[in-house]
Design a protein around this ligand. Structure first.
Ligand code: G3P
Ligand code: CA
Length: 388
């Protein structure tokens, strides 16, 4: 198959409005092969276009996140890579949700048969009330429908509430491999293990079933069309012993500590990990980092972009690529100098923000609006290069 970086992109801006009608035939079991090879092919992650545009939870600026509709639109818009977050069901299936609490992104609250499942749990030290994937079998979860997480900001996305189910990761792999074949171009994925220590404690370890699926669907090699990401370094280290696909260490706010560090009483914080010694340690088990944008360019007290840190230079010196998160079009997420007007849901100067991030030398970026990111990337570097 041809490598995505060599192909000329078509940014389908109009597809934002039109693509909803074309998303069909994506339900479970539509793929014919039990094994597949959509991941192997020419080139690896260093051959991706730079800056690489990663569809955050699909195209979550336009569709309810982590649905096959959101992934399909991201692909149709031209996203270089499409993100999945993974959590398990009670019977051990991996499903695509940003968190295990599903009250905010599904209609579970409208299902009286599940009312008694509502409960309060402590997840990574935080008390959370709602419904949890680990309390549902896959068959039960499949009776739910996905909905928009932030309807107050993204009212238009509520048009699609109820349109799609919660996808399994296996369904996504089948979809991605089928699309790869049809387009003669590999569909890249960026797959995050969510709360891996928490789930291992419940007997629902994420890494082994993930590795099994990656092997089954041809995405286990060094040049496979997939990144594996986690906020918990031990999850990436475990994955490195199971498959050799490239890994990205996610980094939250500087004053926080990965949950596996908390459990292991490792005193290091993210502030320690972004120092040269910390980056050297990360480079021992990962090929990249996924820092919050604030670690690259902190915001000032009034919400504007401040002085950049040396993180881009320091990470590159360790051979690590940078995939920061998350760029979005709406004023409520933009740095103050890129906002337009006072409506938090209105679009600001997202192109200006992307340009600023790209100028800082990042290799890629997670965005809810892949079409905006792609246009900004094309303008920043016409015909985009690769990150060798
Ligand atoms: O995985 C990159 C980015 O998605 C991390 O943030 O919370 O959206 O998973 P989150
Ligand atoms: Ca994520």
């Amino acid at each position: 198959m041809t490598q995505g970086g060599a192909a000329r992109r078509t940014v389908l801006g109009a597809a934002v409005l039109a693509a909803g009608t074309g998303i069909t035939g994506l339900a479970a079991g539509t793929a014919s092969a039990a094994t597949d090879d959509g991941g192997h092919g020419e080139g690896g992650y260093r051959d991706l276009p730079v800056p690489t545009v990663i569809g955050h939870r699909g195209s979550s600026g336009y569709r309810p996140e982590h649905t096959l509709g959101s992934y399909q639109l991201a692909l149709d818009l031209g996203a270089d890579v499409i993100e999945q977050d993974l959590v398990p069901t009670k019977d051990g299936h991996l499903v695509c949700r940003h968190e295990n609490e599903i009250g905010g992104t599904t209609d579970v609250g409208d299902h009286p048969e599940f009312a008694a499942r509502r409960t309060t749990k402590t997840v990574d030290g935080v008390s959370v009330t709602g419904w949890f994937t680990e309390d549902f079998t896959l068959a039960e979860l499949k009776t739910l429908r996905a909905k928009e997480r932030i309807p107050a900001v993204r009212q238009r996305n509520t048009l699609y509430d109820g349109r799609w189910a919660v996808p399994t990761f296996e369904e996504v792999l089948r979809w991605a491999n089928r699309e790869s074949r049809q387009r003669d171009k590999r569909v890249w994925l960026h797959v995050e293990t969510k709360h891996p220590t928490y789930f291992r404690g419940l007997g629902l370890g994420l890494e082994e079933p993930l590795a099994k699926l990656l092997r089954r669907y041809g995405r286990d090699g060094r040049d496979a069309a997939v990144f594996l990401q986690s906020f918990e370094p031990s999850s990436l280290q475990r994955l490195s012993r199971l498959v050799s696909a490239p890994r990205v260490a996610l980094l939250g706010a500087a004053n926080t500590r990965p949950w596996d560090f908390e459990v292991a009483k490792d005193p290091r914080t993210v502030a320690d990990l972004v120092k040269p010694e910390g980056l050297r340690w990360i480079a021992g088990f990962a090929q990249g980092i996924g820092p919050t944008l604030d670690l690259i360019v902190p915001r000032t007290a009034d919400g504007r972009l401040g002085e950049p840190t040396t993180l881009v230079k320091d990470a590159h010196a360790r051979g690590l690529v940078l995939h920061p998160y998350t760029a979005r079009n709406e004023n409520s997420f933009l740095p103050a100098e890129f906002r337009k007007g006072t409506d938090p849901a209105a679009y600001g100067d997202a192109f200006g923000a992307f340009k600023r991030y790209f100028e800082l030398g990042v290799d890629g970026i997670f965005t809810d609006n892949p079409d905006t990111g792609l246009l900004a990337a094309e303008a920043f570097r016409p015909g985009r290069g690769v990150n060798r």
